[in-house]
Ligand binder design. Sequence first.
Ligand code: 13P
Length: 338
Amino acid sequence: MTLNEIAKKMCAKGKGILAADESTGTIAKRFKSINVENIEKNRLNFRQTLFNSSAMKDYIGGVILFDETIRQKTTLGPSIPELISKHGAVPGIKVDKGAKPLAGSNTETITEGLDGLRERLKEYYDLGARFTKWRAVYKISNEFPSAQSIKSNAHALARYAALVQEAKMVPIVEPEVLMEGSHNIDKCYQVTTAVLNECYNELKIHKVDLKGTVLKPNMIIPGSECKDKASAEEIAKKTLDCLKKNVPEDVPGIAFLSGGQSEVESSKNLNEINKINDSNFLITFSYGRGLQASALKEFGKNQENLENIQKAFNHRAKMNGLSSKGEWTEDSEKESAA
Ligand code: 13P
């Protein structure tokens, strides 16, 4: 398959991406919230339960894994990447080494992980990965994000993407403008515009073939502490407008992060975007919390009750599958959950 074909498969209409690439530190926080011990056996149990659920074949085009997970063998027989491929989804891998303090800046970060990346990519390809993810993080405040943060993160994203294509995999380019803060929706629009422009500027300099990439952006939404709430219609209109103006047409797929929105909110907003999508972009989800929060709660209640865990996951996957076609409704939430 060409990189363009893989990108389109990951974002195919009715499907999206499951972001299950929480680092050991992040999954520790998730497990703490449900009182589950953060040990390898529990991490494997939760993830293989999701990857073996019936929703996989209908609604999931790709799964992003963490380094530990891509090397694991399931207790069901196949390895984790084999289990994912068996259900028709593409296995992928997070390859960045996290957001580290940016020298000379108070609280901003630079995402690291370029050293030795070429060698690591070869190993991940051999383990079955066909796409990768790298997440850059931008904070909004009166003084942030700084030019230093915008420029250095875009440069790293582009060097990453070029190496990934050299290794014959599709890079997910994830510049995440965080939702935390009291800024309004227009500030989010303005910052996201600056961030996307710098990213595509660097991707061009580094000769990345945009047809073989997927963009994973934030939606255009007000900060979590902003008093002026926005309707799903406004979020959709501003998000689509921002993407159409700042993302080159060669990019085949755009898969949003949920970024702290609730499960239903993230489905509703994605749905509104697809209802008015008049672009050629395949627009879908690449959710972590947006797909897993309910399933995680069930796992916390009883780790052995695979049926309930899978039921919760199947429901969210189906809802987001509908949203990726603009066919989600409040009623579909109730029908399918019942
Ligand atoms: P959330 O959907 O929980 O924001 O996670 C997506 C992700 O992969 C962030 O890097």
